[in-house]
Ligand binder design. Structure first.
Ligand SMILES: Cc1ncc(COP(=O)(O)O)c(C=O)c1O
Length: 458
C-alpha cells in the first residue's frame, strides 16, 4: 500500500465546494448532452477533468503578481521571466503565449504546410488539431512497450526510434518541418520519456537536418522520473536534468498551466534566429507584442516563480506520490489502468473495464458519465471521442490505441480524503460495471470534437 505523501505546504486560503444530490447530477449531465465540458463547475464536487490551469498558486506566486509590470513593451516582468527561461531551458529566444495551444498554433502557422508530416511520441489533441488545421499529418510513434497497459516499463513515453527512421525514409526529411517529443506523454498515459530516448530521437532528426521541438508541458515531472528511474541520473538535481533534456532540442512549446504552476500562460522557445523572426511576426498578429504575448505582466511574473517551484524535489515527491496513492486505490478497486502511473493522472483503461461497450459507443464516456452521476466527480475521456480522426489521404478512421479515462490531479489542490472519496466511488462503480451502457453522438464539430460534441445513451 502506497503511503500518502505529506504535503510540503500548508493551506492559507480555501475554496468551498459542494456536492449536489444524485438527481440533480442526473439532470445536469443530461442537460449537458452528456458532455462534461458543458457542466457548470458549481455542480462538480471533485474536478479531475484536467491538471491544466487548475492548480493552486503559492504565496510567492501571489506576491509576484503584485510586482507585475504592465508596460506594453520591454516590461520588467518579461525580463524576469526571460532570465528564468534562459536558466531552465537554455534556448536563445522565446515568446510568451496565452497558453500551450497558442504556441502550437504559431509554430504550425509559420512552419507546417499541406502534406507535411510531423512525428511525435504521441501528439496531444491540441497539437494534433493545430497540425491538421494547417493540412499537415500528425504521426504518433509510441514505443512498443506503450502498447501493453500492464507493462511496468519505466519510460513508456519513449518514441519508437526505428519507426522514426522508417517514417523519414518513407516521406523524406524535406516533408518533415520538425519532429516533436511530448514530455511527459499525456495522450499515452502521462508516461515519461527517458533521456536516452530523447537523445536517440534528437540524433536521428538532426542527422536529417530536422529540428526537434519538445512539448514541454510537464517537463519537471519528466525530469523527476528520469532522476528516479534512469541509470546515471539519480545524483543529479532536477534543474540540471531539465537543462540536459532541452539541450537535445531546438525549441519547445509550453503550456505553463501545467509545470509552470499558473492558471494561464505559456511560451514558444527556439534557437533558430529566422524561426524567431517568423514567430514574432505571427505572434504580433495573433497574440500580442513580443514581450507579453497575450498575457498580463503579472502573469509572466507568476509563471517565472512557478517554473522554478515545479523543479523543487519535495514538491515533485509529493506530486508524483499523490498520483501513486490514487493509483493504489484504483488497483484495489480492481479497475484496469495504464501501469505504472504517470506524473499527473491516472488513466483508466475503459475498453478493458467495460468490454460490453464497443469502441464506437465510447466506453470511456460511460465511465466519465457514471463517475459524475455517482460521485459528482468530473473526469475526461481520452479515447476515440478525443483522438479518433479520419486519415487525410484515405478517409479511413484512425483510432487511438486505448479507450482511456483520465483522472488528472490539479496541482496542490486536493487532499488525501478527497482522493479516498474518489477511490471509494470507483470501487462502488466497479461492482455494477457490467450493467453500464454506451453512447452515440448526436452532434459533432469537424475538429476537436470532444470539447463540444453532444451525446445520448444508446
Ligand atoms: C501534452 C500537452 N500539450 C499541449 C497542451 C495544450 O496546452 P493548453 O491547454 O495550455 O493550450 C496540453 C494541455 O493539456 C497538453 O497536455
Amino acid at each position: 500500500m502506497t503511503n500518502y505523501p505529506p504535503e510540503p505546504f500548508r493551506i492559507k486560503a480555501v475554496e468551498p465546494i459542494r456536492r449536489i444530490s444524485r438527481s440533480e447530477r442526473e439532470a445536469a449531465i443530461k442537460q449537458a448532452h452528456y458532455n462534461v465540458f458543458s457542466l457548470s463547475s458549481e455542480d462538480v464536487y471533485i474536478d479531475l477533468m484536467t491538471d491544466s490551469g487548475t492548480g493552486a498558486m503559492s504565496d510567492q506566486q501571489w506576491a509576484a503578481l503584485m510586482a507585475g509590470d504592465e508596460a506594453y513593451a520591454g516590461s520588467r516582468s518579461f525580463l524576469r521571466l526571460k532570465a528564468v527561461i534562459e536558466q531552465i531551458f537554455g534556448f536563445a529566444h522565446f515568446v510568451p503565449t496565452h497558453q500551450g495551444r497558442a504556441a502550437e498554433n504559431i509554430l504550425c502557422a509559420v512552419r507546417v504546410q499541406p502534406a507535411h508530416v510531423i512525428p511525435n511520441n504521441a501528439h496531444f489533441d491540441t497539437t494534433q488539431g493545430n497540425i491538421l488545421a494547417r493540412g499537415g499529418r500528425p504521426v504518433d510513434l509510441p514505443a512498443a512497450e506503450a502498447a501493453d497497459p500492464a507493462s511496468d516499463f519505466p519510460f513508456k513515453g519513449d518514441m519508437d526510434t526505428q519507426a522514426l527512421e522508417v517514417l523519414i525514409g518513407e516521406v523524406g526529411a524535406k516533408a518533415i518541418p520538425f519532429g516533436m517529443m511530448t514530455i511527459t506523454n499525456n495522450a499515452g498515459g502521462g508516461q515519461p520519456v527517458s533521456m536516452a530516448n530523447l537523445q536517440a530521437v534528437s540524433e536521428i532528426l538532426h542527422k536529417h537536418n530536422v529540428p526537434l521541438i519538445i512539448d514541454a508541458c510537464r517537463f519537471a515531472e519528466n525530469a523527476y522520473f528520469i532522476q528516479q528511474r534512469e541509470a546515471g541520473w539519480s545524483d543529479k538535481g532536477l534543474p540540471e536534468i531539465a537543462r540536459a533534456m532541452f539541450a537535445l532540442a531546438d525549441g519547445a512549446t509550453m503550456s505553463a498551466k501545467k509545470d509552470g504552476l499558473v492558471n494561464i500562460g505559456g511560451f514558444l522557445a527556439m534557437n533558430d534566429d529566422e524561426l524567431f523572426r517568423d514567430v514574432g511576426n505571427e505572434l504580433i498578429l495573433r497574440e500580442g507584442f513580443l514581450t507579453y504575448g497575450g498575457l498580463a505582466g503579472r502573469d509572466l511574473d507568476a509563471m517565472a516563480v512557478g517554473l522554478q517551484e515545479a523543479l523543487q524535489s519535495d514538491y515533485q515527491e509529493y506530486r508524483t506520490g499523490q498520483v501513486a496513492y490514487l493509483a493504489d486505490r484504483v488497483r484495489q478497486a480492481g479497475i484496469p489502468m495504464i501501469e505504472p502511473p504517470g506524473g499527473h493522472a491516472i488513466y483508466i483503461d475503459a475498453g478493458q473495464f467495460l468490454p460490453q461497450i464497443p469502441r464506437d459507443e465510447f466506453p470511456g464516456l460511460s465511465v466519465v458519465a457514471e463517475l459524475f452521476v455517482q460521485g459528482g466527480i468530473r473526469t475526461c475521456e481520452l479515447g476515440s471521442i478525443a483522438f479518433a480522426h479520419p486519415d487525410l489521404e484515405t478517409g479511413q478512421m484512425i483510432y487511438p490505441p486505448f479507450e482511456l479515462v483520465r483522472l488528472a490531479l490539479p496541482r496542490r489542490v486536493y487532499t488525501q480524503a478527497h482522493l479516498d472519496y474518489v477511490g471509494d466511488t470507483l470501487a462502488g462503480i466497479a461492482r455494477y460495471a457490467d450493467s453500464l451502457r454506451g453512447f452515440r453522438i448526436t452532434y459533432q464539430p469537424k475538429l476537436m470534437r470532444h470539447f463540444t460534441a453532444h451525446f445520448e445513451p444508446v
